[in-house]
Design a protein around this ligand. Structure first.
Ligand SMILES: *Cc1c(COP(=O)(O)O)cnc(C)c1O
Ligand SMILES: [Zn+2]
Length: 434
């Protein structure tokens, strides 16, 4: 194995940290760690998929056959909106544009480098809680590579757990559904990782996740030959937008793509929009009673419920608030009606179906045009974070992953219910892992 050319750095104390799948500063700071790459000018290697940007991924080796996103210049939607320089970063399945991400969202960009980083630094099994799209992405990598993963999703999101790989290959995925929402899945995962042989994937704190998603911006920079003036993305946690910010920082340091930090414009789906609420109030902290009133009903009412993160990394050093402050950023709230209208427009103009979350970013761009927040000639990068499900369905069979455990409750009772089966799963991999 090659040695990786990077180390981690705590944004609070500046400590240099050797990566052992380290997600938290050893000095206990409430700060994100950031990857520092030896190579300051990034190469675009002649590989396909995301590992052509391996210079800026926290791994030494590539995973084979990993797809990547594309950037293209929009003709149709740009014309309708009166924008001369609208660029679309697309993560999903759209073979006509040579993009083959078969889980249909940018979560696939997080899963591949995370699994590889784990393999290189640690001998445990990942536990991944999610509202569906993240766990599906990890399940896809797992079924493709045979690397085991424990996925924890709310019952209401189990329908998102499918892969294009045959059910015979699903054995490496231990799927648990919980009766509750995304927060309940996170809570159970936190319990599970106390057990031997398991490790928390890490969410926003996992640098492989952020740097993996940053590939969208790297791809865009090479395509556009410069940084955009504005960057648009739908957010739940905001991890993707933090990743974009970090990629822009590195691209500015690179020196070949211009020196101006793009304005990062993020959008949440009303009525559940804690980041919007705190930001509009000028606060660097989210207050649950103010920013997440009636969270349960609000989440149920969302069109794009994958954006329903109750504990976004807003205040943490290097998190969403810092990102918005240092990019002169902006936050939009988007109604379900606006989502659906934007989705229809995008599909008819660009010719590909969208993940509901991606329609939130399109709606935000429409708002920004209406408000003249953006001008006709501005260079805009619209991150279409997911799409092409209908297109994928025309080419592939989508096989549902079966749950190993369905939990009706959480807490200690739940743990007892899982323990035996999960221990067996972990043991069955003990011999083949390092
Ligand atoms: C998860 C997700 C998002 C939001 O990403 P965050 O990093 O959680 O803000 C946006 N679009 C799609 C399709 C997603 O799956
Ligand atoms: Zn520190």
């Amino acid at each position: 194995m090659k040695t990786a050319d990077y180390h981690l750095e705590c944004l609070e104390c500046g400590s240099t940290i050797t990566d052992r799948y380290t997600n938290i500063c050893p000095h206990g700071h409430d700060s994100l760690l950031r990857t520092v790459y030896k190579r300051k000018q990034i190469r675009q290697l002649p590989e396909t998929g995301i590992f052509k940007y391996i210079d800026w991924l926290p791994v030494a080796d590539a995973l084979p056959q990993t797809a990547g996103p594309i950037t293209y210049k929009s003709e149709q939607l740009g014309k309708v909106l009166g924008l001369n320089n609208l660029y679309i970063g697309f993560s999903g399945y759209w073979p006509e544009r040579s993009v083959q991400m078969k889980t249909c969202t940018f979560k696939e960009l997080e899963a591949a480098p995370t699994c590889q980083r784990l393999k290189e630094t640690c001998d445990k099994i990942l536990v991944v809680p999610s509202a569906g799209n993240t766990s599906r992405a990890f399940a896809e990598v797992s079924t493709r590579t045979g690397m085991p993963v424990v996925a924890v999703v709310p019952k209401s999101s189990v329908h998102r757990m499918w892969t294009t790989t045959e059910p015979e290959k699903h054995n490496s995925v231990f799927l648990i559904s919980v009766d509750g929402d995304y927060s309940d899945a996170i809570a159970l995962s936190q319990e599970l990782v106390q057990q031997k042989g398991l490790i928390a994937e890490g969410g926003v704190k996992n640098v492989a996740r952020r740097d993996g998603m940053g590939v969208v911006e790297l791809e865009a920079a090479f395509f556009m030959h410069e940084l955009p003036d504005h960057y648009f993305q739908a957010v739940g946690s905001g991890t993707g937008a933090i990743a974009a910010w970090e990629a822009f920082i590195r691209l500015i340091e690179d020196g070949r793509f211009g020196q101006n930090m793009p304005r990062i414009v993020i959008a949440q789906n009303l009525p559940f929009a804690p980041i919007l609420s705190a930001w509009q109030d000028g606060r660097s902290e989210i207050i649950a009673d103010t920013d997440m009133k009636n969270a349960e009903e609000a989440i149920k009412a969302m069109y794009a419920d994958v954006l329903s993160t109750r504990n976004p990394p807003y205040s943490i050093q290097g998190g969403v608030y810092d990102m918005l402050m240092s990019t002169n950023g902006h936050v939009y709230g988007i109604t379900n009606g606006e989502c659906k209208e934007a989705e229809k427009l995008f599909e008819s103009e660009e010719g590909i179906d969208l993940d509901p979350a991606a329609s939130v970013s399109v709606a935000a761009l429409i708002k920004a045009v209406d408000e003249r927040f953006v001008e006709k000639t501005d260079k805009i990068l619209l991150n279409i974070t997911g799409g092409g499900y209908k297109r994928l369905n025309a080419d592939y069979q989508m096989y549902r992953i079966k749950e190993r455990v369905e939990l009706k409750s959480s807490g200690q009772i739940a743990l007892d219910e899982i323990e035996t089966a999960l221990n067996e799963f972990v043991d069955s991999y003990r011999n083949i892992m390092r």
